[in-house]
Design a protein around this ligand. Structure first.
Ligand SMILES: Cc1ncc(COP(=O)(O)O)c(C=O)c1O
Length: 396
């Protein structure tokens, strides 16, 4: 079921692309809450299983509402094909494992979300797949880590939580030279602010739980790539291991996509103002914001990203005690380990999302006891700054 290619801008794509309208002519996308599908005859069932006739077979494989979500994501990302998953971690795990076997080698950036790092560093080696973790901002490290059996490169950019930005085009070039596939976790950038496939990446993954839902409701994920890779690697893995997205969640995520550009634009605009406010405050040490001229990879950001981040990373000079006092004093901004929500959320990575790393690994990633991650929501930015200002007074 291929869709007519249109030259729509992202905002139009996100409202209309992929819609499969039923005979009832509904305006909003229909939610097909069904596990299975019926056939007109035994011959029709046989033909569908053989692939001689198009159509749905079982919702672990594909479902019309999930199909709409996948097609809309393909249109936005410029990808040939996609598979939607039950969570972002299901997407990351499937994208990494589906094409690898014992004896293969992964090179990954060391600055990864905790669960992604566990998949690469702990799970994959159990099955004979070795991994080398590198400081991904230094391109020469990727090259040095390549072995004859390197089959996959993996990175996220901007990284969680310290918002390092990795030069995707440069890493993709090395991956091609090594005959490896580059998988990019594009969650923090969103599909609007960074387009990894155009930069040379081979596979893009999202936790749709974050900005794509955008209102903190349901989990989801998606893997996007070329049709050949999906047919030859992901297709069977996906069907037989069953990380499929539920139709209900796909419907919620389709609704989320409609408003994604408006939300991300507003959240990035507010974030830029909050980052400047924090950088001028005497209680605040380092402020890392992709979008400010003092970001360590500002030159890469200029080339690779289309807009600023919706997240800010900053350190309070008073360490963990100040970080906790600040978080507890906030009124509008909520304490949570999630991100990309309409509600602004503050996270203390050292004791939550990155608590399983050793002290040395956290220090290597620049996660200090006073480091906080702020996911900026859709509240009025003046209220957010007032909230932060008052909480900073309580934290010193
Ligand atoms: C960069 C990154 N990748 C993947 C995930 C996993 O997503 P999910 O919680 O939907 O499984 C997260 C979750 O925070 C994340 O931050």
């Amino acid at each position: 079921m291929t869709e007519k290619k249109r030259n729509w801008k992202p905002q139009t794509t996100l409202v209309h692309a992929g819609t499969l309208r039923s005979g009832f002519g509904e305006t909003s996308e229909a939610m097909y809450l069904t596990q299975g599908y019926v056939y007109d005859s035994a011959e029709a069932a046989e033909a569908r299983f053989k692939g001689d006739e198009p159509g749905f077979i079982y919702s672990r494989y594909a479902n019309p509402t999930v199909d709409m979500f996948e097609k809309r994501m393909c249109a936005l990302e410029g990808a040939e094909d996609a598979r939607a998953t039950a969570s972002g971690m299901a997407a990351v795990t499937a994208a990494i494992l589906c094409s690898l076997k014992a004896g293969d080698h992964i090179v990954a950036a060391r600055a990864l979300f905790g669960s992604c790092r566990w998949v690469v560093e702990t799970l994959a080696p159990r099955y004979g797949i070795e991994a080398t973790l590198v400081d991904g901002t230094r391109i020469e490290n990727w090259e040095k880590a390549i072995r004859p059996n390197t089959k996959l490169f993996f990175l996220e950019s901007p990284t969680n939580p310290t918002l390092e930005v990795i030069d995707i085009a440069a890493v993709a070039k090395l991956a091609n030279q090594a005959g490896a596939r580059l998988v990019v976790d594009n969650v923090f950038a969103t599909p609007l602010q960074q387009r990894p496939l155009e930069l040379g990446a081979h596979v893009v993954v999202y936790s749709a739980t974050k900005h794509i839902d955008g209102q903190g409701r349901c989990l989801g994920g998606v893997i996007l790539s070329d049709k050949k890779w999906i047919d030859e690697n992901l297709h069977d893995y996906f069907r037989h291991t069953g990380p499929s997205l539920s139709p209900f969640n796909a419907w919620t995520l389709l609704k989320g996509l409609e408003t994604l550009p408006v939300r991300v634009r507003q959240q990035a605009e507010s974030s830029a103002r909050i980052a400047d406010f924090l950088a001028d405050h005497s209680a605040v040490g380092r402020v890392i914001y992709p979008g400010r001229a003092d970001h360590p990879q500002a030159d890469v950001i200029k080339r690779q990203m289309k807009g600023g981040s919706t997240l800010i990373c900053f350190d309070l000079k008073g360490g963990k005690k100040s970080a906790f006092a600040f978080s507890n004093a906030l009124d509008v901004i909520l304490i949570s380990n999630n991100l990309g929500d309409a509600k602004s959320l503050i996270t203390h990575p050292a004791t939550t999302t990155h608590k399983n790393l050793t002290d040395e690994a956290r220090a290597e990633l620049g996660i200090d006891p006073g480091t906080l991650r702020l996911s900026v929501g859709l509240e009025d930015v003046d209220d957010l700054i007032e909230d932060i200002d008052a909480a900073l007074k309580a934290a010193v």
